[in-house]
Write a protein that binds this ligand. Structure first.
Ligand SMILES: [Zn+2]
Length: 303
């Protein structure tokens, strides 16, 4: 038995996992942001609620583990940022602890029981607040022990001109310290940033997509530029990894016409020809973080 956690900036969600398709949710708790002892106690309470003694626990976090130092980088939960989280929690709880990135967990979930079933190479792509990704090959997560494989959202990769006809787009600063990352233009915040640049209009990503779907020309221009900027780095990532399916998660994945456009643009730019959808909506709509963490924990990878 595994206890898995999806740990976000507002809530800690826990579950008992007996198999990837047999996951029983436990109570949801508030994430202690600044008090590590309180953070440990929340995990302990969830483990107690699970009953029995788990073989290990697995945490899906919105951060990464540095493969050299094993330090956790997690900007939205200060009390775990910079810590050797796996060993510190293991010591405090007396259990083996695995830490995984949430986009990696999404990719594992899609490869295991979602849209990636039957595919050897699955690139899970997150179009949420920002852009992320994870890579699963033959059911195993690449970089299960920490690292950045599949992170197509960062690096100075976006074009300086985009759209039909092309318009100049500035290289925006990114939270990772670089400029011109896909993350800075491809998620919800990126869409809002592009809309502001192109039209000097402030609007939420929800309002922009709604306006686009209602035929608004300015919103359509924003979407056109966004798709053009995002499709090329994604196509390159598909070429490099050999992925044969790209399940998409995150808030923007709920906008199916957006995914259709992205799919067409990516398929037009990759070397391999697919006569079917390549970029698809992820099928694990509920708790992919927990499902992926469960798959990781049950497989014993990186244990
Ligand atoms: Zn970046």
């Amino acid at each position: 038995m595994i206890v898995c956690f999806d740990i976000g900036g507002s809530a800690v969600k826990g579950a008992v996992a007996h198999a990837p398709d047999r996951i029983v949710p436990l109570g949801r708790r508030i994430t202690p942001l600044d008090d590590f002892d309180a953070f440990v106690e929340v995990l302990r309470a969830v483990i107690d609620e699970a009953g029995g003694a788990p073989e290990r626990i697995v945490l899906s976090i919105t951060g990464v583990v540095d493969p050299e130092t094993q330090a956790t980088k997690c900007a939205n939960i200060p009390c775990i940022d910079g810590r050797l989280l796996s060993s510190e929690l293991s010591q405090a709880l007396g259990l083996p602890v695995l830490i995984a990135n949430d986009a990696d967990c999404f990719a594992l979930a899609e490869a295991g029981i979602g849209a990636g079933r039957g595919h050897r190479i699955v690139l899970g792509a997150i179009l949420g607040t920002g852009v992320g990704g994870g890579l699963v090959v033959d059911g195993r997560l690449i970089n299960a022990a920490g690292g950045f494989a599949g992170e197509w959202g960062h690096g100075p990769a976006v074009a300086s001109h985009a759209g039909h006809p092309p318009v100049a787009i500035p290289f925006y600063d990114c939270g990772c310290g670089q400029r011109g990352c896909v993350d800075s233009v491809g998620g919800a915040r990126g869409m809002e940033r592009l809309h502001l640049t192109l039209h000097e209009l402030e609007a939420t990503s929800e309002a922009i997509t709604q306006a686009w779907l209602s035929g608004d020309a300015k919103a359509a221009r924003t979407i056109d530029v966004l798709i053009d900027l995002v499709a090329s780095p994604l196509a390159l990532t598909v070429n490099i990894t050999g992925a044969t399916i790209v399940p998409v998660g995150g808030g923007l994945s709920n906008v199916e016409p957006l995914l259709e456009l992205l799919d067409q643009a990516v398929r037009a730019r990759i070397l391999r020809r697919f006569d079917r959808r390549l970029v698809v909506r992820g099928e694990c709509r509920v708790e992919p973080g927990l499902i992926g963490a469960a798959i990781l924990g049950l497989s014993g990878d990186a244990a």
